[in-house]
Design a protein around this ligand. Structure first.
Ligand code: ATP
Length: 299
């Protein structure tokens, strides 16, 4: 069940939060949604979930508009976490699970699995308010997946978690994907998207500035990072045409160039000057691409 967004626009008065966004979110994949603060990610999620009306355009899943009738097939981890502080974890989950048509027994069974998996079995009978922020987030994640949704939407799932918990959650997300769940998640952390997503989209002020598979996006960007180790000074490269950034390293330098061909010119120039121990043209990181495309407007 592919999720399609066709020319989707959302306006709040004079603010255009999402501007003619067209996307195809493939089934059983992980799709990364990137953008600076206020780029329109949460607004897009809310439209997908039917929580906000679309101003223009269309969103379809399995050929139909999503709406509430399919809400039991969708799991959502909202950005502003919304658990009831006074309820016990188990009560909370039973309540949510029942809304999705689960029995109390099923919920408690699955909850035990998840609490064990997240290494917090003792939280079952604790009130949400007694848990730390990061641990509340784990419970919120469990509440998004307890009913085994086919489509899982995660708004900044890793924010506020320590590195051990980030790993636990990442593993859980990968397992869900492998068992057939389609997952869309937003993140400000490029390395998470780079590690987990096959396809992605970068939004800037509501408009998509990059979209496609991670591999295609990187190929289209070209290799613009060069690392050179040499037995002679390289500082003269700062003035070389096409070099946009020069960083001195212990035994050489790291350059950013404005196009791949510049590396060839530099390479032939270095050959006559002495021994070059290393000359490497590196793939861009998603961070490089993000910064170039979204640039100064990213906070
Ligand atoms: N209910 C609303 N009323 C008016 N403007 C809104 C509303 N919700 C969002 N916006 C505006 O829409 C734009 C996009 O906001 P959105 O929350 O979707 O961004 P985001 O990409 O999720 O940002 P962040 O990474 O900071 O969470 C912003 O300019 C925001 O101020």
């Amino acid at each position: 069940m592919t999720l399609y967004l066709k020319d989707v626009t959302k306006r709040f008065g004079k603010t255009t939060a999402v501007d003619h966004l067209s996307l195809e979110i493939p089934e059983k994949e992980m799709f990364g949604f990137l953008g600076g603060n206020g780029a329109g990610k949460t607004t897009t999620f809310r439209m997908i979930l039917g929580l906000l009306d679309i101003t223009e355009g269309e969103i379809t899943w399995d050929g139909e508009s999503i709406g509430y009738s399919k809400s039991h097939l969708i799991g959502y981890l909202p950005e502003e976490r919304g658990l009831y502080p006074k309820l016990k974890v188990s009560e909370q989950l039973v309540y949510l699970g029942k809304l999705h048509g689960m029995t109390r027994r099923q919920v408690l069974q699955d909850l035990s699995y998840w609490l064990d998996r997240f290494k917090v079995p003792e939280y079952k009978d604790k009130k949400v308010e007694e848990l730390s922020k990061g641990n509340q987030q784990k419970i919120q994640f469990i509440s998004a997946v307890i009913h085994k949704p086919k489509l899982l939407i995660l708004d900044e799932p890793f924010s506020g978690l320590d590195p051990v918990n980030v790993e636990l959650l990442k593993e859980a997300v990968v397992d869900l994907k492998e068992s057939g769940t389609s997952i869309v998640f937003s993140s400000h952390r490029m390395e998470h998207v780079e590690e987990l997503c096959e396809h992605l989209c970068i939004l800037q002020k509501g408009k998509q500035v990059v979209q496609g598979s991670l591999r295609e996006i990187k190929q289209a960007y070209g290799k613009k990072n060069v690392v050179i180790h040499a037995d002679f000074p390289l500082a003269f490269l700062q003035q070389h045409a096409g070099v946009v950034q020069y960083k001195q390293l212990m035994d050489g330098c790291a350059l950013k160039i404005d196009r791949e061909e510049v590396a060839k010119h530099i390479y032939s120039e270095l050959a006559g000057k002495g021994f070059v121990r290393k000359f490497e043209l590196e793939e861009p990181s998603l961070n490089d691409i993000f910064i170039e495309k979204v640039g100064a407007s990213y906070e």
